[in-house]
Ligand binder design. Structure first.
Ligand SMILES: NC(=O)c1ccc[n+]([C@@H]2O[C@H](COP(=O)([O-])OP(=O)(O)OC[C@H]3O[C@@H](n4cnc5c(N)ncnc54)[C@H](OP(=O)(O)O)[C@@H]3O)[C@@H](O)[C@H]2O)c1
Length: 274
């Protein structure tokens, strides 16, 4: 099948956070240019974009007008709003860009984005692994009609792109299931430690768990170390994961509880975690 993209497409990244900067860098060899939208973004984002040598354009509207392909990679709770900004900017454009939603959202969210921007112009994406600067560690799962064209852009890059069929939703579904293990399960340590504190039985619980070979303090410290800067973002991801499970009749309480644990850990703070 012919690619819907020119040979050296203009790629727009919304936005160059830790993962967006890595995706932008990875796409540079294949792109004509990689652009990002400066309006409203923090100094940290602007610094990352500069280091990744991405080209600033004033705002999302300008980026949407110039890009052949847009990659949305932002906090999951903002995914729909970012798509709406792009849709508003594209109104009337005869040749709309491909739009890759690479956020950890529910399949229903990416399907809604498909309705906004055109089902066949949207590609569902999910990143599993850390921001990649070397090959072999991070996979970008893609699904949707134009997923192969997007996967092609990552050929030889630090991201391993894998296509998961032609529908919108499977890539996000995979990430939601995976996150049950990586983010919902570990949150149980936060819940049981808070409950034990509230009942004044933390030391006794620690002693009892140690008989099973479990170090409570170590588990809680590991959770805090992993989630410290990212709890605010993980809460949104767990909300989306819960919606993904509920939509297919699977109990969603694990993910909902994890969302609440992370919300409490964040306590209103908003860091920038890798
Ligand atoms: N980092 C990882 O290890 C990892 C792994 C797998 C998947 N991911 C996925 O990658 C996505 C981004 O993660 P990240 O690590 O790159 O986060 P990050 O470093 O915190 O960057 C988030 C980016 O989104 C922007 N942003 C913040 N709030 C926004 C809002 N309300 N609307 C639009 N943009 C907003 C930030 O701009 P400001 O600087 O202006 O706030 C920043 O440029 C998430 O969906 C996450 O699930 C990350």
């Amino acid at each position: 099948m012919d690619s819907p993209l020119p040979n050296r497409p203009v790629v727009g990244i919304l936005h160059p956070g830790a993962m967006g900067a890595a995706l932008g860098s990875a796409l540079k060899p294949r792109a004509g240019t990689v652009i990002w939208a400066a309006a409203g973004r923090s100094h940290a984002t602007s610094k990352r974009a500069e280091i990744a040598d991405l080209v600033a354009v004033p705002d999302v509207a300008e980026l949407a007008r110039r890009a052949h392909v847009i990659v949305s990679i932002c906090p999951p709770h903002a995914a729909l709003e970012v798509a709406e900004q792009v849709a508003a900017a594209l109104a009337g454009r005869a040749d709309p860009p491909l739009y890759v939603d690479a956020n950890a959202v529910a399949p229903a969210t990416v399907q809604e984005i498909g309705r906004l921007l055109g089902e066949h112009r949207v590609v569902d994406g999910a990143v599993i692994g850390r921001p990649a600067y070397e090959r072999g560690r991070t996979v970008l799962w893609l699904s949707g009609r134009e997923a192969p064209a997007v996967a092609d852009l990552f050929d030889g890059s630090p991201f391993t792109a894998k296509v998961l069929g032609g529908d919108l939703g499977p890539a996000s579904a995979l990430k939601a299931c995976y996150a049950l293990q990586t983010k919902a399960l570990p949150a149980v340590w936060g819940a049981l430690s808070d409950a034990a504190d509230a009942y004044g039985v933390r030391d006794a619980l620690g002693e009892q768990l140690s008989r099973d070979g479990v170090d409570l303090a170590e588990q809680v410290a590991a959770l805090q170390a992993r989630a410290a800067a990212k709890a605010w973002r993980w809460a949104g991801e767990m909300d989306e994961a819960a919606a993904a499970l509920a939509a297919v009749g699977v109990p969603d309480g694990f993910s909902r509880a994890a969302a609440e644990v992370y919300r409490r850990m964040a306590g209103g703070s908003r860091g920038h975690g890798a």
